[in-house]
Design a protein around this ligand. Sequence first.
Ligand SMILES: Cc1cc2nc3c(=O)[nH]c(=O)nc-3n(C[C@H](O)[C@H](O)[C@H](O)COP(=O)(O)O)c2cc1C
Length: 307
Amino acid sequence: MNSLLNIYSAPLQGYTDHIWRNNHAKYFGGITRYYTPFIRLEKGTIRNHDIKDINPDVNTSTVVPQIIACQPQEATILIDAIKNLGYTSIDINLGCPHPPVALKHKGSGMLKYPDEFAKFLQAIAQYRDIEFSVKMRLGWDDNKQWQEIVPLLDIINPTHITIHPRIGTQKYKGDLDLSQFEAILASCHYPILYNGNIESIADAITIKEKYPNLAGVMIGRGLVAHPYITSTDATNQTVQNFHDSLMEAYCNSYTGGEGQIVTKMKSLWELFLPEADHKARKAIKKSHTLQQYATAAHDAINSVTIG
Ligand SMILES: Cc1cc2nc3c(=O)[nH]c(=O)nc-3n(C[C@H](O)[C@H](O)[C@H](O)COP(=O)(O)O)c2cc1C
């Protein structure tokens, strides 16, 4: 592993909860900071599940909570709750592409509305004891919308900006727009992290060599697919141990019985080890009991060559 390369774990709602983060840090390490999936208000309050996920008592890795909001009042409720837990760094989501979120001017939807965004920033700038960072796309429906957004960030003086060089309407597919990414790098005086389609440490090194001024890279789907890429000595047994520890932690924290845990573990495989043996992956999909699931998962992990 290249020790000059800072690697950050991207938030992935439904995957990178505290159980995944803790186990990733324990079995593989190599991550400078883990960003949490966004926390939002639902009917005016924060979901218990979200607050539990960022509680320092259950987090054993270095974590930065992320929020998503558009109204200043929403942001202050979220920031107050996070501050009360003792955090001093908060990431702002300007990237979520899901239309139900973006059409409310949240996530990447906010990138189309610089005036609203300026008011939002003025409200959160009151929190002088919090360091803010931003995770953003190039725009919502235009790859130059960042040009009006990035200068406004001076209001909060962010510690860094993570750029996913797509626009919101592309969701997670389609070409990455490196020319606009380069334009941001050239014009912006804040440290920049690159995020998008990194599958391996070799990919991360290639990006860092191409853009030597990068402060680091953030990896999302690639890290859930191959969590061991940040480790120098992981083997199939390490991945098996990581998997079994995840399963045990979900067994201890979920109260909905075996079916709920099997469903949760199956959802991991939507991204995890895509190259694993087709038959074993099929058996995972068809499993109903934890025993059936665990046997199929064991076969799938052992069908892959790691280390
Ligand atoms: C299922 C899923 C959930 C995501 N949840 C979040 C989130 O909560 N906050 C966020 O900033 N980005 C979220 N993202 C975006 C990722 O953090 C990342 O920016 C994106 O996947 C591109 O990086 P990658 O190609 O390394 O995966 C999510 C992406 C996916 C696929």
